[in-house]
Design a protein around this ligand. Structure first.
Ligand code: WT7
Length: 638
């Protein structure tokens, strides 16, 4: 049964219609008809977009190959490289002097890249990677703060036909080591440190510890951001700025020609069990999906200043900071630091300073900024904004209204986009012409077939909770779990195996108008401030502490962060729980996994509810904490 309503997003009758002006100026004013058309033939819709938005070195022979489902292929036979579409072609067009990227550091530093200068920087770094032995098909792990060199390293890797695995800079030793080992990366790109709230995060120290736990790494390239002291291992570690001065770092590097289905990148995400999954995206379909969705949903125009305030280290950043905006030739803004630093108006100041026209962020950030009150926003001229967006978790209607009123000044439609690391791009989302209901992602995107169903596959009645499924393949879909195709089938394609549907892991309902309302995760994934964490990774961090015998984690609703983690620990014989030990364990999780995974509460217990087969029943723990009925306990071991 669906459970875990994280934040109340009760359907309401409140509807916001787009103004005539918004409709008249939209890239796709007849979107509702386009969508109807696409529903009849999704494959034809994607085929047309592949031709409209991308160049192909050689045309594809088949749009969708479903002969080996669920291992679908898109645009088979097509030759491409996403860097050609994102950079090479613009660097040779009138866009070469257009700004591709504007960056502001937390300390006020500013850097700007034209398409031409970004293209050159990427060529240079591609040559550097090549000199470190990186070849087509190799993996490169990137662990950096939010600096321009992060997208540069990603693009350079892909230019060579290699595969990047970006690990979010907020992760710590063990999380990084696991990801390096799984991807088998011989090269790691990192920074000395990162700025966060005026303090430095010791990325290089963490990287050193991770490399010692994962000795597959042979070369480490370090970009200097903070200037803090770091240890450089001779023969293994190299400064980015030293390498750039060498003749090998010439500003031209051939772009590798790739098959549409060659691997593009791996991105690790938390799942129900065991170690994080390396979600694999490929070269062709991914591009088509993200370029189309950005163009249609955020209505990107040549003159826009687009700000996706995520981190490039998450799928949101991969798709909508790095790749899609560049493919569309847009100008993207990136900010390095924390939203409210040094004052709560930092974001609004930058919207004004850089003339941002579209802002895309997460409910947790909106709720945090809302807490400081609207006076901070009112100090700034936000009239450049014309569209807003939300992603990562359900947005509660109260935060939606605040965002609409005080940031969007009641003229900017809010695009609430539902999607996942695995979907590559937006799946359930409005476009500017779709009437909005606060808290609902509205309708499946053109060419996307989604539904809410019962366990037996029947479509739910309106307003009935059920499983959110995707009934047709889409071009941006993950192709497999890196090195573990069985796990791919097991995780996504087994729940509704008889129907051939993809199960998202989410519960949802559709209202009387067919609008989708996401309720939350049905599995052991916890969304904390929009970050996706698997109970397994936090639990194994707790158990790796010498005093802990067993641990279980659950998500508990929280007004600001959506959910927080509540951990239960059984201690080894002879140990006793105390406030000090709870603090020590929190510190341990911070060190092993990262600050986002730190439990808000740790409870010491003597036993954990388990099924007869030994699986922890987290559902019961959650019901206990929330004071809810325990429901079906028939599988509980006696
Ligand atoms: C999970 C995927 C895709 C970018 C960021 C998250 C939740 C995502 C929404 C939304 C309600 C949402 C779902 C989903 N989610 N967007 N607009 N409304 N819930 O990617 O880390 O792979 O997490 O995030 O639960 O399954 P992710």
């Amino acid at each position: 049964m669906p459970n875990g309503a994280d934040i109340s997003t009760a359907p309401s009758s409140e509807i916001y219609y787009p103004s005539d002006e918004v409709v008249a100026n939209a890239n796709v004013p007849d979107y509702m008809e386009v969508r109807e058309e696409a529903l009849k033939d999704p494959v034809a819709f994607w085929d047309a977009r592949a031709k409209e938005f991308l160049d192909w070195y050689e045309p594809y022979e088949q749009v969708l190959d479903d002969s080996n489902a669920p291992f679908y292929k898109w645009f088979a036979g097509g030759k491409t490289n996403i860097v050609h579409n994102a950079l090479d072609r613009h660097a040779q067009s009138w866009r070469k002097n257009k700004l591709a990227m504007i960056w502001e550091g937390e300390n006020g530093d500013q850097r700007m890249f034209s398409y031409f200068s970004l293209w050159k920087a990427v060529n240079r770094f591609a040559n550097i990677l090549k000199s470190m032995g990186v070849q087509k098909g190799d993996t490169v792990t990137i662990y950096m703060g939010r600096v321009p060199e992060l997208p540069i390293a990603m693009l350079a890797t892909v230019k060579l036909g290699a595969i990047h695995s970006v690990v979010y800079g907020g992760f710590s030793e063990q999380a990084l080591a696991n990801r390096i080992t799984d991807a088998q990366s011989k090269v790691l790109v990192t920074c000395d440190g990162a700025w966060l709230r005026g303090k430095t995060v010791n990325l290089k120290d963490i990287a050193d510890e991770a490399v010692s736990r994962s000795p597959v790494v042979q070369k480490v390239i370090v970009y200097k951001r903070t200037g803090q002291d770091v240890e450089m291992v001779p023969g293994r570690d190299f400064w980015w700025h030293d390498l750039e001065k060498l003749p090998i770092a010439s500003p031209y590097c051939e772009t590798e020609v790739m098959d549409a289905e060659d691997p593009l990148f791996i991105l690790y995400t938390s799942g129900t069990t065991g170690k994080p999954k390396g979600v694999l995206h490929t070269c062709g379909g991914y591009q088509v999906h993200i370029a189309t969705t950005l163009k249609y949903v955020f209505d990107l125009k040549e003159e826009d200043r687009w700000w996706c305030a995520a981190d490039p280290g998450w799928i949101t950043g991969h798709s909508y900071i790095v790749y899609a905006p560049l493919i569309l030739g847009a100008t993207s803004f990136i900010y390095e630091g924390a939203p409210g630093y040094p004052y709560p108006d930092r974001w609004w100041k930058m919207v004004e300073r850089y003339n941002i026209s579209i802002l895309y962020t997460a409910p947790t950030a909106i709720r945090a900024l809302m807490r400081f009150g609207e006076a901070w926003a009112e100090r700034h001229d936000l009239s450049s904004l014309r569209l807003l967006g939300s992603v990562g978790e359900p947005i509660n209607p109260e935060a939606w209204r605040w965002y609409y009123k005080h940031i969007g000044q009641e003229k900017c439609p809010i695009m609430d986009t539902w999607w996942q690391t695995e979907t590559g791009g937006f799946m359930i989302t409005p476009t500017p012409v779709v009437p909005l209901k606060p808290g609902s992602g509205t309708l499946p995107f053109a060419g996307v077939v989604a539904d809410v169903v019962r366990a037996n596959g029947e479509t739910c009645d309106p307003n009935e909770d059920g499983y959110l499924v995707l009934k047709q393949p889409w071009p941006g879909m993950a192709r497999t779990v890196w090195g573990d195709p069985d796990r791919y089938v097991e995780t996504y394609w087994s729940e509704f195996r008889d129907f051939g549907w993809y199960f998202t892991g989410d519960s949802a309902r559709k209202d009387d108008d067919g609008y989708f309302w996401i309720i939350g995760r049905m599995d052991d994934v916890i969304k904390v401030s929009g970050y996706r964490l698997g109970t397994a990774e936090i639990e194994s961090a707790l158990v790796s502490h010498a005093k802990v015998a067993e641990a279980a984690c659950i998500g508990v609703p929280d007004e600001l962060r959506g959910n927080v983690i509540h951990a239960f620990c059984i201690l080894n014989a002879g140990e006793t729980g105390s406030e000090d030990l709870a603090q020590e364990l929190k510190q341990h999780v911070r060190h092993e996994v990262g600050p986002i995974a730190v439990p808000a509460a740790i409870e010491f217990v003597d036993n954990l509810p388990k099924t007869r087969s030994g699986k922890i029943m987290r559902r019961l723990l959650k019901a206990q904490v929330l004071g809810q009925p325990l429901g079906d306990t028939s599988t509980l071991a006696g």
